[in-house]
Design a protein around this ligand. Structure first.
Ligand SMILES: [Zn+2]
Length: 280
């Protein structure tokens, strides 16, 4: 077996910075930029089990997924007017469904056979099964969305390069990933639900995600964070208020569900940088 290249250097800084163990050796953390990555290899299996365990038990349940999809779409449309939207890692297809209902042309790419079949058979969404890096270059889009994808992929730089080449000039990229710089992650350590070291290779902060996007030819147009409760329908939030609300109030020092930097989930809208050559 070859040496895992992820142990060798920081994805953001390259080999010039050293990295140290974090969380009892579960992660490595770059001393230069604070970017972290899981030291061990991850599970490669994105099957029914993946979507049925580890906090994904409600993955195909319509109500929370539709609520989440509506919030994500509203956030996207507050900045971008997509014409042709492509979603990487579209899972069960609920965001695509919301986009279609809003009148957008939208399709998806999903690595899980089970999830993509669900999206096609139950929601009738146009979803291709396979790797984004393989399929996307055969398509074109002015907006690419990837919610909770970048922390899973083998090579985030390759993913961002594919997004860059698939997008039309001035195209948009919307991302959401767990925020390891969140108040909850710092307080809970290995018990933080966003860590998922079995599946998450890469652990972003607002700063390191911005750096990586910049290095990949994107400018960050909007960035903020949300707590987990942000995506839970009101009834769920009320039922779980007793243990979630006090933690969020302490972490964010605010009753709001979003925060510039301290929430659990980091979301970014970036745009392909207009170089001197491409602007006339
Ligand atoms: Zn670094």
């Amino acid at each position: 077996m070859s040496i895992d290249s992820r142990s060798a250097e920081c994805l953001v800084c390259g080999p010039r910075e050293t990295h140290l163990p974090r969380m009892g050796g579960l992660l490595r953390r770059c001393t230069g930029c604070g970017f972290s990555w899981t030291a061990q290899q991850q599970s490669e299996a994105y099957d029914e089990d993946y979507f049925a365990t580890g906090g994904y038990d409600d993955y195909f349940r319509a109500q929370p997924r539709r609520f989440e999809a509506a919030r994500r779409l509203r956030w996207l449309l507050s900045v971008v007017r997509p014409t042709v939207l492509l979603e990487a890692g579209c899972a069960g297809g609920y965001f695509l469904e919301a986009a279609h209902r809003a009148g957008l042309t939208a399709s998806g790419i999903e690595i899980s056979e089970a999830a993509s079949r669900f999206a096609r058979d139950h929601l009738h969404m146009p979803v291709r099964t396979g790797h984004f890096e393989t399929i996307a270059p055969t398509l074109t889009a002015d907006t690419i969305c990837a919610f909770h994808v970048l922390e899973h992929v083998e090579d985030p730089r390759a993913f961002l390069h594919t997004a860059h080449t698939t997008l039309t000039p001035g195209g948009w990229l919307a991302l959401e990933v767990p925020n390891i710089a969140s108040a909850a992650a710092r307080r809970l350590g290995t018990a933080w639900p966003g860590l998922q070291p079995r599946y998450h290779r890469w652990h972003f902060t607002p700063t390191t995600l911005t750096q990586l996007l910049h290095q990949s030819g994107f400018d960050v147009i909007r960035q903020d964070t949300a707590v987990f409760r942000y995506y839970m329908p009101l009834g769920y939030r009320l039922r779980h208020a007793r243990h979630l609300l006090p933690a969020d109030l302490i972490g964010l020092r605010s009753p709001r569900l979003t925060h510039p930097r301290r929430g659990d989930l980091l979301r970014v809208i970036a745009r392909i940088r207009r170089t001197r050559r491409s602007t006339r």
